[in-house]
Design a protein around this ligand. Sequence first.
Ligand code: ADP
Ligand code: ASP
Ligand code: MG
Length: 457
Amino acid sequence: MRVLKFGGTSVVDAAAIARVVSIVAGREGPRTVVVSALAGVTDGLLSVADTAVHDTPAALAALAQLTERHRATVSALGSAYPRQVVDLALDGIARGAAQTVQAIAAEGNTSPALVDKLVASGELWSSRIVAAFLTDAGVAAQWIDARHVVRTDGCHRAAVPDLAATEKAVSRLVRPALALDRVVVLGGFIGSGPNGATTTLGRGGSDYSAALVGACLLADEIEIWTDVDGVLSADPRVVADARVLPALSYEDAETLATFGAKVLHPKTIEPAAARDIPVRVLNSRRPEEPGTRIDGSGAGETGCVAIASRAGMCLVELTARERPADGSFPARALQSLSDANVSVVVGEIHRDRLTVAVDHLVDLDALRSRVAAFAEVRARNGLAAVCAVGDRLAADPRLVTSAFAAIADGHIHLVARPRGASAFAVIVDAADAHGIVARLHDAFAASAVDAEEEIAS
Ligand code: ADP
Ligand code: ASP
Ligand code: MG
């Protein structure tokens, strides 16, 4: 049993979808396909939602253009039957989306529930189209509404999956179709809450959908098909000579994703790791490449050091108003952050001070009033986190020293070891982040060459 997830660029147009069909057809055994919206469609729908508030005709016109893009994509289908089925489905989704646009206009604001409902159209369209292309190519495919499969807590824009309910839905809807030798096709990113309302899993959430479904099906492997050859030693848009990592541990993959490696949604790893299911990241344009295998064993001490960076960080410092004799300040401060739903990326704890890097959208006023009785809050915005990860860092601590020498001239606001000896993170000014990623990448690449020469001599 295999889950294959295709991202937006892998389904961007008819030619890309034809590649998806050949990849899926080339795999044997039970398969479940999870697809993102066509590249750019989620952004397009979010902009339709914003426009609907002040200019309904313009929003409907933009929606009509998106609908037309999907219709044009299916015009490449050869046979009449899947074409008729998919055309009807696409029109139904478009009508629902137009009603949601009217509802947003009537409300006069973009409520998270309506935005989720509208934005889900992207994955509904794409999954219908991919199922039709598979059928057209002679692959028995069954489309299933992913909102009936991925069940969540009902929280809009970033829902938390309900694994037990999802597992039940997978057994009820997905397993019977697989038993009939059908390739199941689901939209990623979308699900529904306890009352049936459409929810989404947060931007980039189709990877997470694939991992959830893969975990429920106890898949042999979860394949994440994207537009790069695997997880690379750095973002290729930042470091042109970044290398493909052949293998990576679950922990390292999760850390890289948390620190901004967009190739994987950060929550993808947890459901796979919990059931020991390997995740493979592959390039849909170059399916012959081996990609990156992510599993419990990882790359070991000879593997590469990989670097990720995440912009939009804010450093929040909570300082005790008085020094509590019992040392309870850090625990109390951390509890307040958790109660305020502030998710900490990395931080530093002292007896009477807590410094944490968090997303810049944090509601500082709410946090200040929550801790007013015992702490003062200071915050600095415009920052980025840069993180280096790899077992080599633990095996040879000199590497960390030389890495810091390479970036010593920059302004570092915080240094942390998010995962002990095999990773380090620094918080820096956002403008410096890419330069620091590049310099760290060079420093580690040079040390890898030194190590190889040492072994050879
Ligand atoms: P998809 O639409 O397939 O989900 P994404 O755009 O979400 O694709 O993720 C793939 C992109 O992630 C790549 O094109 C690349 O620019 C970016 N990326 C950032 N860091 C890394 C990394 N360490 N390895 C590979 N890709 C990365
Ligand atoms: N289409 C969604 C997004 O753009 C989900 C995904 O691509 O994974 O965020
Ligand atoms: Mg993605």
